[in-house]
Design a protein around this ligand. Structure first.
Ligand SMILES: C[S@@+](CC[C@H](N)C(=O)[O-])C[C@H]1O[C@@H](n2cnc3c(N)ncnc32)[C@H](O)[C@@H]1O
Length: 339
């Protein structure tokens, strides 16, 4: 247990409020992008606020429980984000224009698209170049914080407490894989909290992996470009596997392929921690927001994902689901491989 100093608590609350309100104001720039087939009611908004406050309370409780150090509460690269802000703002009209035209696949002409599955070749969230350029990788982290009102890293680190508990069961270094590691924000937080482990990250975008290499330089992390539907690792290679914000971007068949690969590469008794959008079975109160997100943000697999429970997918693979925990707009599913 490590008690949080009152000053740290106040600084944290001030940071989150400042972030939230500046991003709420900036969200007005997104309006032309959104159709909002269904307008959220006051009740919907109350549910959202309740889950947001729960997330912040949980974040502080995790520090007090020793799941990660207080340092993680203040690790956003604010100066870097401020530098990227003008470029992100300049992106908004481009994204809005792409959305208006329904141009779902405007990808860089110099990329060999044949290297990627069909579902990957699109501008998720209407972002320029999809996942296929260095510029997209550079703007992604700030873009996601913008989209989620400054909670993206807070949500990501909710995968850490199950990993800390697992580490304490049998002390010693563990082999940890993060699937769809993107630009490395989850691995960054893991290496700060649990530097004793050996980490591997895999992602299909070479540009995002290059960005992760910069962020994670000097840490105990290997990064690999590959498709999570056929992981380039032998059976039982990892003691723990995590994945954040991947499954909602996959079609049904690919979700199952990825889960089967996670199961294959997880050691007996190993830990699986998945975080992704909340689903209708666990968060019916978010239905309006979730459905609007799926319709507005060029997320063609999202509406199907909402009804394809992640815990069900884990069980289909013979994993034992231990917990499902809310994390604002997301949820964390914790499962174990049989011994
Ligand atoms: C929404 S982003 C999440 C990235 C990161 N986990 C995060 O928290 O920001 C989805 C990521 O999944 C990756 N991805 C999509 N399909 C993939 C696949 N079949 N294999 C590996 N990575 C994939 C994309 O390149 C992208 O980095």
């Amino acid at each position: 247990m490590s008690e949080i100093l009152p000053l740290t608590r106040v600084a944290y609350q001030a940071q989150q409020a400042a972030l939230r309100w500046s991003l709420v104001a900036a969200h007005y720039g997104l309006r032309p992008l959104l159709r909002h087939d269904r307008r959220p009611t006051e009740r919907d908004a109350r549910s959202l606020r309740r889950r947001l406050n729960q997330l912040f309370a949980q974040d502080l409780a995790n520090v007090e429980a020793g799941a990660y150090p207080a340092e993680l509460l203040f690790q956003l690269p604010v100066r870097e984000y401020l530098w990227s802000l003008p470029e992100l703002v300049a992106e908004l009209p481009r994204m809005a224009w792409r959305a208006k035209r329904g141009a779902v696949r405007e990808l860089p002409p110099d990329v060999d698209l044949g290297l990627y599955p069909d579902y990957f070749r699109r501008n998720f969230h209407w972002q320029t170049d999809g996942y296929l350029s260095a510029r997209s990788a550079k703007l992604y982290d700030l873009g996601v914080e913008f989209l989620f009102l400054g909670t993206a890293d807070v949500m990501r680190r909710q995968v850490l407490p199950p990993l800390t508990r697992f580490s304490r069961e049998a002390p010693g270094p563990k082999r940890v894989l993060d699937v769809a590691a993107g630009t490395g924000r989850t691995l960054y937080q893991m290496t700060l909290a649990m530097p004793e482990h050996t980490y591997t990250g895999v992602d299909l975008s070479p540009y995002y992996i290059a960005r992760a290499e910069e962020l994670l330089a000097g840490r105990n992390v290997s990064l690999v470009v590959d498709n999570a539907e056929r992981l380039p690792f032998p059976d039982a290679s990892f003691d723990a596997i995590s994945s954040v914000f991947l499954f909602h971007e996959l079609p049904r068949r690919a979700r199952r392929n990825v889960l089967a690969e996670m199961r294959r590469t997880l050691a007996p008794g190993g830990l699986l921690v998945l975080e992704d959008s909340a689903q209708l079975n666990d968060a019916p109160e978010l239905e309006t927001f979730l459905v609007n997100f799926g319709r507005d943000m060029n997320e063609p697999f999202f509406l199907d994902y909402l009804g394809d429970s992640m815990e069900g997918l884990a069980e289909e693979q013979g994993l034992r689901v231990e917990r499902v925990e809310p994390s604002f707009l997301s949820k964390v599913v914790v499962a174990r491989a049989p011994l």
